[in-house]
Design a protein around this ligand. Structure first.
Ligand code: CMP
Length: 138
């Protein structure tokens, strides 16, 4: 059954001009774009989005990074979208990412790791609703 997931082209990848190449890899892998927008988010918006990580030592650095420049927010759809996007992205730390994955191709470090993808159905629902209104999902 078709499933939706949420993804971000992070500030590092946007700044380096990788957005088009990342979208092309996603299209090649069969993802359809349900919604997409460029945004510059505040540290407070980033903190709300990553609230699940608020006790982690990297939380302050992560929210500073995510609010450091433009990003691209997306809702993507395909069969098995959540697991398939995570496979396409590769490991969180690009040093451990397999060849051909987005993070192997485009990421610089565990924090500046180019892309985000939801890790489960409940987080996908939260993340889509956090950034998009229902009328934007077409
Ligand atoms: P993401 O998939 O967006 O989810 C949480 C983010 O926190 C993760 O990608 C990384 O960018 C970042 N992150 C996870 N672990 C670490 C870490 N050990 N040090 C710094 N940043 C991290």
């Amino acid at each position: 059954m078709s499933q939706r997931t949420f993804s971000i082209v992070k500030p590092d990848a946007f700044r380096k001009g990788f957005t088009g190449a990342i979208l092309a890899e996603m299209a090649k892998a069969g993802f359809k774009v349900v919604a997409i927008k460029k945004a510059s988010i505040s540290k407070v918006q980033a903190a709300g989005f990553y609230a699940v990580h608020k006790e982690r030592p990297f939380f302050d650095s992560l929210t500073t990074f995510m609010s450091s420049g433009p990003i691209v927010l997306m809702v993507l759809e395909k069969e098995n979208a959540i697991a398939d996007l995570r496979k396409l992205m590769g490991a969180t730390n690009p040093a451990n990412a397999e060849d051909g994955t987005l993070r192997k191709l485009f990421a610089a470090s565990i924090e500046e790791n180019a892309v985000h993808g939801s890790d489960a159905e409940d987080t996908a629902a939260f993340e889509i609703g956090y950034w998009f209104a229902g009328y934007e999902l077409v």
